[in-house]
Design a protein around this ligand. Structure first.
Ligand SMILES: Nc1ncnc2c1ncn2[C@@H]1O[C@H](COP(=O)(O)OP(=O)(O)O)[C@@H](O)[C@H]1O
Ligand SMILES: [Mg+2]
Length: 282
């Protein structure tokens, strides 16, 4: 790999401990394989990267995965395409396929690299997922043009997943009209009641009963007293930090209301404490 490339940007991120299983999102991502592009578009902290990683790990079938965690330095064709190429070469190497015949960008002009990638991927015997994580860092039209070309000519065995905080200026309407775009957005990434319960009971360890969760969901404050778990009574239950789905993804759901109800109704006399992140109180 050329010295200017960063190998760790090609690693699929590790899932953190306590990640709530979100099978419905994995299902959406899995179905996206029939399209050319799956766009996972939502603000920071909504669990985009985690959802994609969890889906990749849960896939019933194999296939190659080329992962690229983009950053500001990739916002130019001379860095973007070598990183994409390196991610693809890594991916085919892991499935034992021969290296792809993609020239270094220095040889032909950069704008020929997407075509070279298409031609190199077309004969690949396996399916391949190309994940471009944090595509919102790209704003150079030359990069978008190359990605548009890639998507328009993508071989059927290749699928692109893009996580982004904002919709990119790619021909999304055309892809959508052709049935080649699957979209997972903030509304999809918000935690369901069951996922909130799994998070509060698993990662946070509040020990809520099914009745607690049901009572919180319906807003019956009478049930809230039971939110004070043995653990929270003894050590104080802290709500998730702002960087976790407990504050951002979950904040966007009624879970914040739930958390407020739970915390505000927790019997202070029992010594329970519960801090709501600033971002979830607005
Ligand atoms: N399903 C989940 N269960 C528990 N924690 C999660 C889950 N999804 C995301 N998180 C946590 O939320 C935080 C933000 O998730 P991340 O996937 O990085 O969001 P994004 O990619 O949208 O910025 C991380 O700390 C991550 O571990
Ligand atoms: Mg992310």
């Amino acid at each position: 790999m050329p010295g200017s490339l960063i190998a760790t940007k090609l690693f699929v991120p590790k899932l953190k401990a306590g990640v709530v299983d979100r099978g419905r999102l994995s299902g959406q991502l899995q179905r996206g394989g029939a399209a050319k592009l799956t766009l996972v578009s939502a603000p920071a902290g909504f669990g985009k990267t985690t959802a994609v990683v969890a889906w990749l790990k849960s896939r019933p079938t194999g296939g190659a995965v080329a992962w690229l965690s983009l950053d500001q330095t990739d916002n130019q064709p001379a860095m973007f395409w070598p990183h994409v190429t390196a991610a693809l070469q890594d991916a085919v190497g892991r499935i034992g396929a021969p290296q792809l015949d993609i020239p270094q960008p220095a040889e032909p002009p950069d704008d020929r690299i997407p075509a070279a990638i298409v031609n190199a991927l077309a004969p690949l015997p396996e399916s391949l997922e190309l994940v471009l994580d944090d595509y919102h860092v790209i704003d150079q039209p030359a990069v978008h043009a190359g990605v548009t070309f890639l998507l328009e000519h993508l071989p059927p065995n290749v699928h692109v997943v893009m996580t982004t905080r904002a919709d990119p200026p790619l021909p999304l309407a055309r892809l959508r009209a052709q049935g080649d775009l699957v979209e997972i957005r903030a509304a999809d990434l918000r935690f369901t009641a069951d996922e909130v319960a799994a998070y509060l009971n698993g990662a946070i360890g509040l020990g809520l009963s099914a009745a607690d969760v049901a009572a919180l969901g319906t807003g019956r404050r009478g049930g809230s007293r039971r939110c004070s778990s043995p653990r929270s009574r003894s050590r104080g239950a802290r709500m998730p930090r702002p960087s976790s789905p407990g504050s951002q993804a979950m904040t966007a759901t009624s879970s914040t209301t739930w958390s407020r109800r739970c915390c505000s109704a927790s019997p202070r006399t029992s010594g329970s404490s519960c801090s709501i992140p600033a971002s979830s109180t607005g």
